[in-house]
Design a protein around this ligand. Sequence first.
Ligand SMILES: C[S@@+](CC[C@H](N)C(=O)[O-])C[C@H]1O[C@@H](n2cnc3c(N)ncnc32)[C@H](O)[C@@H]1O
Length: 327
Amino acid sequence: MSFPILKPVDPSELARRARSHWTPDRLERLMAGKRLPLHPVTHCAFLHATGLMDDDASVTSGQVKKFLQINHMINLIAPPFQALAKAMPGRALTLLDAGCGNSWLSLAFAFLAREASTGHSPQIRDWRDTRFDLHVIGVDTNATVIAQSRDRAAVLGLESVMSFQCCTLQEAVLPDRLHAVMALHACDTATDDALALGLKKQADLLAVAPCCQAELAQYFKTPDALQKGASPLGVIVHSPNLRRDAAATFTDALRLALVRSMGYEASATEFIPSAHTPKNRLILAERRGRWNKDGRAEFLALKAALGQPELALERAVSQELAARFPD
Ligand SMILES: C[S@@+](CC[C@H](N)C(=O)[O-])C[C@H]1O[C@@H](n2cnc3c(N)ncnc32)[C@H](O)[C@@H]1O
């Protein structure tokens, strides 16, 4: 999804248009009664600068989808991120946006964190009076979106707290420690690369909304995978329609169990109603530090039930797993 870079509009004129366009009825249709971090009137300058609002302050249906995705994701990440900032006062927190694309999520995050740090956070109640010393790194293989992200960060005055790299996640040059990793619809196994980076760098917070989980679906298509009759799951994996959904669910279940085994409290949750995107699952994990044998057993049992597929995430952290679980 891409939206054109709009020419600057005089800020007071844009604010006037936003106030006049966003009638109570329109606001209700957009926000559905929810308190969202970004508000179309309060944050019209941000939304316009990032291409999520048109010159007349309206928001197209495509822009609405992205607007809601980033709002709902930030709503879920905001509380654990604030807890992190409070636990490490005075420490700079580094956040990676893996497969950042146009960087709407991380631009919004950095923008809202700056608002909070300047004592002005109208929308995220919990962030009021929290000082964030934040550095956001966006990584994407697409040179066009990285250039656009840099431009937008500069327009918003966020260039000192954001940096961007055009490369794969595996090639990214990152600090030894990441505090949070987020990935919104990073394609297929890029979600695993994001999780693996977070796990290796001992990130305190992982928040990934997976995209197309194709790896397990490909494995299920192979003739010797879970033969009908030999496995109770055979009937699922040899029916194309059931296989697709099951592959996505099992992929995320394996990710969850693996992350838990590596010392995280992790859950999978619906972060946005499916009407706005069918890719609406968020894996949210907070590091607790203690590696977990029960999580390991859960992972191995599920993997065995699925016919021992080895997925990208397991390969990516194989050294760490071998060191801790020499089974
Ligand atoms: C569906 S887009 C999502 C972009 C953005 N997170 C958003 O929600 O708008 C997925 C992005 O992941 C990037 N990507 C895919 N594989 C990657 C990899 N291995 N390393 C870095 N970026 C990757 C693509 O270039 C693309 O911009």
